[in-house]
Structures are given as structure tokens and as C-alpha cells.
Design a protein around this ligand. Structure first.
Ligand code: BGC
Length: 760
């Protein structure tokens, strides 16, 4: 854990420059706007520890799979979000010396992520090797008002010298992915252009042929007056720039405004992109920094109005929740149904930037609660569009007749993860798509989603379960063999309870969906059955039999659900008996030792209980929580949030609060020692759930919002807002009361602590 981030309600603050923390800060201070984003890399040259990363949503590369021993069914590639051409470079050479923080004395270094405004600020004073002292103040944002624009205001003040200097404003497509399997560069140059006031590089990805044009223009001012300098436009392979020669005068501030555009062929016809980029650069230069900044901050102001959470009395917790919301909002805006939420968003390369079950299991509730229902719907439609590929994925593994096996990791619907235990065994993910539909329908009331899209997906998934189970003569039940549950610290186990439960529930849910669509829209139903050759009676009879006769491992002695058939054969030791030097297990222990141990990476049985809480009475929840949590190491960022919600339900307030801090400040305090790889974006949605569903006790039951709130002792009050069926509801919980207010929309009733409350 690290504690170098200063606590502040609206800002993430780093004071003092520690090069060893730089890669962590580059992740934490990342910026994005749903279309593009980048790590908080310096504008000037930096030869110290850094991980350069700029990303464009939806642009990926299928990096050929690299494994020791090929197994049939392995995906050919692992899709990677690409480190894209960079537009942020502002290299400064004062006299003959480049400004490079690795080679000068740095004082008063301050880096601030202003979450209210969506900006990154950095200021410092650098003393160069020749004694020249210069003050830098930089502000950068990726516009929320126009997802293709980024802007930098970079101010340079010479403190003890005057000197001729050069400023290089570049576009650089000579970028690499650190996680490249074969050290390949993934971009080919298409064209480049450089003339005074403009630099453009058009680059194309190998194999996938996405084209991205990255361009820049700029303005220089001093004392409010425009400056020109002597400009040399130059280019080399995959690179274009403008080099401006200018005299820096002691005590006079020079301000460089750099305007960047990033256009992707996903959104523009390739033939027109250069033209669009040039026009866009001209327009934004004319608009200028102040107007672009105002447009950008207006969008943020509106977003915060919709989704801010306040916590009074605990600045660390307040900063934590806002940081989580901020990162989620900059990662996915819901404007484009082709996009999804990578586990690292625009903050790093790890996990390939692709779509995981995280979206359905963790992120969907956040977007349901804070945004227009279209946003969550787009996430569902994304999977609908991948149905064909999910069926192909199934076929590759030997499934047939339209069985949909959704990938664990994907960019375009194809599975692209290639660790056998995850790719082949972590099959529970295919039902996350079904669960998300239930979540969406319960929250929005939009059951017609099933008619338009959902039913086809559900039938596909149910066909998968139908083929994946097998009848055990010995048990007289259906079993599911050779799986990995959400707890990835056990592989190839039989009858992972979570998997069996989800499989069986999905079959029931699909049968209900069939009935609904059949009754409500017989015409559409007939069209669907014809399209996918659905043999209603035969298929449903079998599903019914499976769901009624699924085997669920159970320990009658302890009265607990069993994570899997062999769980009790393990030596059951609590985590508190582990030595600190053993943690985290995934960095300290051999894989073999982890697999044989009882230690649980993330909620597994408890994940199932969390998803289907109405199926279990409180004592069952308690027994299972008390049995499993002590063996859980929470080494997945997705773990603590589920535990906050269950601990809250059980009245384990202190524990809930500690888990909450862990999820809310996971990256800010670098709990897992891996923030340098990027932030844990998908678990951030879990933080939101922890507060709203955990402390706020929010649930939707039969179309009604329910709250059973309580307040952690450490807080004075907290509040959150929910978008719910055309209304905005604000909930404020204080020590002695809960206020629920209808901020907009039609009157309605909600339940607070079991009592009906009329709103509006
Ligand atoms: C977790 C998975 C998750 C993935 C991406 C892993 O550590 O075990 O459940 O999907 O991270 O967030």
C-alpha cells in the first residue's frame, strides 16, 4: 500500500516528484472521454521510468497467441487495445539543454487531477544542469464535449535566464505496446503532413486496418499577445512536427496552447479523414482554449449533477468514490453501442482493453443507476450483436445447434483469451449476459428488450448449458464437470456451485422469457423460432428437467454451500494465519500451491448469494459469509465490493466499512501493488454498488425502489442520486434520518426501511 496521494474532496493530488511512483501516477491521473484517452505522461521529454500510453476506443490489434503448448480451441490471438499515436508531446530545449525531469532538479512538483472539471494539472520548477531555472505549469483535458479533441495549455516561465529555445510540437506514431507478444510494432504509416501550424500523421493498424489520424495545431502567447517564432515543419517515419524557435525572456511567461485531434476510421470514412481532421483543427484553434474548456467543463458539471455521491465527514472516502465515478464516466459514455468497458479503461494496456464478464456482473448496475437507460441497453445490445460469434466460439469447442458460448475476453465477439482454465473452464461468464438482462429489466421495467433482442441470446445460452451438463447416474442429478468458478484460485473442479446455480437459473429465466415473448408478441416469437430453429417443446422439456435436477454441492455438517465437490478435502485455514510475506499469493506462491490451497481469490459462493439474494434467508447468508470470507484473500479487485454488500446486509458494519475503503481507494492507495499497470476500472463500478446497494441498501423489487440504509460510524452523512424510470431520486442518509427526494419526474412510491414513502 502507498499513501502519497493527498486527501481532497474533488482532487487527486501528488506533491513532490518521486520518479519511482511515476508509473503509478501515470495511471491514476489518466484522462479520457469515452472515445480516447491517455495515461498522465509528461508533455516534455522524459527519460525516466514511464509507460507511454494513448488509446483510442475500439481500435485493437489481434496479437498472435503465444503459448508454450498449443491446445485445440485456443483463440488465434489475444486482442490488444493499442497504444495509439501520441498528440501530447511538447518538447522544450532551452539553449542546448532539453527539459527532462530525469536530468534536472525538480522542486514544487504538483500533479492534480481535478475531477470536477476533468483536467490534469502539473506544475514544477526545474533547474537544468547548466543552472537555468524554469517554471512549468501545464493543464490538459480530453474534451467531454467532443470526444475527438484534446487540449493542452503549457506555460513556461524562465526564472533566472533569458535564452533562445526550441519548442517541438509533435505527433508521434512510433509507439509500441509493452505487452506485444512478439515485440512487433502494430502501426503502419499511411501518410503524414507537416507545415507551419499543422502536423498530421495517419496510421493504420496491421491486420485489423483501423485507421487513426492524429493531428495538432497550436498557438503561442506571451503577456496576452500572440507570438509566432521561427517555425520549421519537419517529418520522419510515422512522425510529424513543428519546431518553433523562440526567445524565452527572464520572468516572462510563454504559453503554448496545443490542440490535438484523434479521428478513427470507426467513425469516419477513411477517404475523408484527413480533410475532417484539418477542418477540425482549424475550428478548434479558432474557438480557443477558454471556449473549449468551458464546453468540456459544462459536460462534466452535468454529469456530476446526475451521478455525484457525497460523503460528509470522511475525506478519504469522499475522494475515493468520486475517483471511481470519474474514471467510469471517462471510460464509457454509452454513446456508441460498439464500445464497451475494458478493465483498465484508458489507463493502461493490461487485460488487452477488451470486454470481460466484468461489464455485466459489475458495471451494468452503475450505468443503470446513473445514466439514461439507453446507456445500459447499449451494453446489452453489444452482446446481442456478438451472438453469432458466441455461437461460433461454441462450435470451436464442439458445441452445436446454436449453443452460444460467450467469450471471457473479447473485442469483436471472438474469444481472445488463451489461458486454458479461463478460456475453456470459466464458463459461468456466458450466464452473466443473461443475468444482466434480468438486472436491466428489473431496474427499467423494459421487458420488451426480451422481444427485440434478449430472447435469442437467452436461447443460445440455454442451448449451451443444455449441452455442457451431464447426467450423473451415481448422483441421479445433472453435474457440470471441469470448470473454474469466479474464484480463479481453483481450476478444473467439478460442480462449482456458482456455475451450477447460474446454469440452472438461466434455463428457468429463458423459459419465462419464452412464455413472455410468445404471449406478448406471437408474431415476433414465430419469427425468432423460425430464425433460430427453436424446437420449443423438446428444448424446453429438457431445460426444465435440467434446472429441476441440477446437483448443488452442500455440506450438511456445517450447513454451508460447497464451493465445489472437493472443497472440504482441502486444509481449511483462515487468511489471518498467512504470513505477511506470503501475500499477495499470486506473486509469492507457486500456482500449484495456490490451487491446492483453500484460499479464495474473489467472491465465489458469495458472488452467487449476492446475485440471487432473495433465494437465501439471512441465516444462510450469514453461515456462508462466516465460512468463506475468512478464507478469501480478495486478490481480485472485484472481490471487496461484493463483501461490502453482504456484510452490510448482515450488519457487519465495521467489516463493511473496511471493505469499502479497500474498493474505493484500491488504486489511490495501490492496495494490490499493481496500479502502475493501470486502474481497476471495472471494480470501480463495484465501489458504487458498495455504497448504493451496501450502505444505502438499494434494491428494486417488483418495480419499486427499496432502501434499507445505514451510515458507517466514520461518516456524518452521505447522499447519492439514482436515475429510475424517468425520475431522478436523491437519497441522503444522516445519523438520525434518511431523506428521499424526487428531484425530477412523476410522483412515485419508494420503500425506506420497510415503510412506504410517497415522493412528489
Ligand atoms: C478476475 C476476473 C476478472 C478479470 C478482469 C481477474 O483478476 O479474477 O474475474 O474478469 O480480473 O477484471
Amino acid at each position: 500500500m502507498k499513501h502519497y496521494i493527498k486527501h481532497h474532496e474533488w482532487q487527486i493530488i501528488e506533491e513532490g516528484f518521486d520518479p519511482h511512483l511515476n508509473r503509478i501516477s501515470e495511471s491514476l491521473f489518466s484522462l479520457g472521454n469515452g472515445r480516447m484517452g491517455q495515461r498522465a505522461n509528461f508533455e516534455e521529454e522524459y527519460s525516466g521510468e514511464t509507460h507511454l500510453g494513448s488509446y483510442v476506443a475500439g481500435v485493437y490489434y489481434p496479437d498472435k497467441t503465444r503459448v508454450g503448448w498449443w491446445k485445440n480451441g485456443y483463440p488465434e490471438y489475444f486482442a490488444k487495445v493499442l497504444n495509439a499515436p501520441s498528440w501530447i508531446g511538447i518538447h522544450l530545449k532551452i539553449g542546448k539543454t532539453s527539459l527532462d525531469l530525469a536530468h534536472c532538479k525538480v522542486q514544487d512538483f504538483r500533479r492534480v487531477l481535478d475531477m470536477k472539471q476533468g483536467t490534469l494539472h502539473r506544475s514544477f520548477t526545474a533547474t537544468l544542469r547548466d543552472g537555468k531555472k524554469v517554471k512549468i505549469d501545464a493543464t490538459r483535458f480530453c474534451s467531454m464535449a467532443d470526444g475527438e479533441i484534446g487540449v493542452i495549455r503549457y506555460s513556461v516561465t524562465p526564472l533566472n535566464f533569458s535564452s533562445s529555445s526550441t519548442i517541438t510540437l509533435g505527433i508521434d506514431a512510433n509507439v509500441v505496446n509493452k505487452d506485444s507478444n512478439y515485440d512487433e510494432k502494430f502501426w503502419d504509416e499511411v501518410s503524414k503532413e507537416s507545415k507551419a501550424g499543422l502536423a498530421l500523421v495517419s496510421a493504420q493498424t496491421k491486420k485489423t486496418f483501423f485507421q487513426v489520424i492524429t493531428g495538432m495545431t497550436y498557438a503561442l502567447t506571451s503577456g496576452g499577445k500572440k507570438l509566432k517564432g521561427i517555425v520549421r515543419a519537419s517529418k520522419r517515419e510515422k512522425y510529424a512536427d513543428n519546431v518553433v524557435q523562440i526567445k524565452l525572456k527572464k520572468g516572462e511567461e510563454l504559453v503554448i496552447y496545443k490542440y490535438g485531434v484523434v479521428l478513427s476510421s470507426e467513425n469516419h470514412p477513411k477517404a475523408k479523414m484527413t480533410q475532417v481532421a484539418r477542418k477540425k483543427l482549424k475550428d478548434i484553434l479558432a474557438k480557443g482554449f477558454d471556449k473549449l474548456f468551458a464546453d468540456h467543463t459544462d459536460v462534466w458539471a452535468h454529469k456530476w449533477e446526475e451521478c455525484d455521491i457525497t460523503i460528509d465527514g470522511d475525506v478519504a472516502a469522499q475522494q475515493g468514490i468520486r475517483f471511481n465515478i470519474f474514471q467510469l464516466m471517462q471510460t464509457y459514455t454509452g454513446a456508441d453501442e460498439r464500445l464497451n468497458i475494458g478493465p483498465k479503461g484508458f489507463t493502461g494496456e493490461k487485460y488487452g482493453g477488451s470486454t470481460y464478464w466484468d461489464t455485466e456482473a459489475y458495471c451494468l448496475p452503475f450505468y443503470l443507476g446513473t445514466s439514461d437507460p439507453k446507456v445500459a441497453r447499449n451494453l446489452l445490445v453489444y452482446r446481442y450483436k456478438h451472438l453469432g460469434k458466441a455461437i461460433e466460439n461454441g462450435k470451436k469447442l464442439g458445441f452445436k445447434d446454436g449453443a452460444a458460448f460467450y467469450p471471457f475476453v473479447t473485442m469483436n465477439g471472438e474469444e481472445c483469451h488463451n489461458e486454458w482454465e479461463i478460456t475453456f473452464e470459466e464458463i459461468h461468464r456466458t450466464s452473466a449476459m443473461a443475468y444482466a438482462m434480468r438486472d436491466y429489466i428489473e431496474y427499467t421495467g423494459d421487458r420488451d428488450y426480451l422481444t427485440g433482442f434478449g430472447l435469442e441470446v437467452l436461447i443460445g445460452i440455454s442451448r449451451f448449458w443444455n449441452q455442457r451438463v451431464n447426467w450423473s447416474e451415481e448422483k441421479g442429478k445433472y453435474v457440470i464437470l471441469g470448470v473454474t468458478g469466479p474464484n480463479e484460485y481453483e481450476n478444473n473442479v467439478n460442480n462449482n456451485w456458482y456455475t451450477n446455480y447460474l446454469g440452472s437459473w438461466t434455463l428457468r429465466f429463458t423459459m419465462e422469457a419464452v412464455d413472455f415473448v410468445k404471449k406478448s408478441n406471437p408474431k415476433r416469437y414465430a419469427a425468432i423460432t423460425a430464425k433460430i430453429n427453436f424446437q420449443e417443446k423438446a428444448e424446453m422439456d429438457k431445460w426444465k428437467h435440467i434446472s429441476e435436477n441440477m446437483y448443488f454441492p452442500y455440506d450438511p455438517k456445517r450447513n454451508v454451500i460447497l464451493q465445489q465437490d472437493g472443497f472440504l478435502d482441502k486444509e481449511l485455514i483462515p487468511v489471518k494465519n498467512l504470513k505477511p510475506e506470503d501475500r499477495p499469493l499470486n506473486q509469492k506462491w507457486s500456482w500449484d500451491r495456490i490451487l491446492r490451497s483453500c484460499f479464495i481469490k474473489q467472491a465465489d459462493v458469495l458472488q452467487g448469494i449476492f446475485l440471487f439474494e432473495d433465494d437465501f434467508d439471512l441465516e444462510t447468508v450469514r453461515r456462508n459469509f462466516d465460512f468463506y470470507e475468512p478464507m478469501t484473500v480478495h486478490e481480485s479487485s472485484l472481490s471487496p465490493c461484493v463483501h461490502v454488500i453482504l456484510a452490510s446486509k448482515l450488519g457487519y458494519k465495521e467489516q463493511a466499512y473496511n471493505f469499502y475503503l479497500r474498493t474505493a481507494r484500491l488504486d489511490l492507495d495501490d492496495y494490490n501493488n499493481d496500479t502502475e499497470d493501470g486502474c481497476h476500472i471495472t471494480s470501480m463500478a463495484g465501489t458504487w454498488m458498495s455504497l448504493v446497494k451496501g450502505f444505502g441498501g438499494m434494491r428494486v423489487k417488483e418495480g419499486k425502489l427499496h432502501f434499507t440504509p445505514y451510515i458507517p460510524d466514520q461518516w456524518k452523512s452521505y447522499s447519492f442520486r439514482l436515475e429510475f424510470r424517468g425520475r431522478v431520486v436523491k437519497v441522503k442518509v444522516s445519523k438520525d434520518k434518511t431523506d428521499v427526494v424526487l428531484e425530477s419526474g412523476q410522483p412515485m412510491e419508494v420503500m425506506v426501511g420497510g415503510k412506504v414513502v410517497g415522493l412528489g
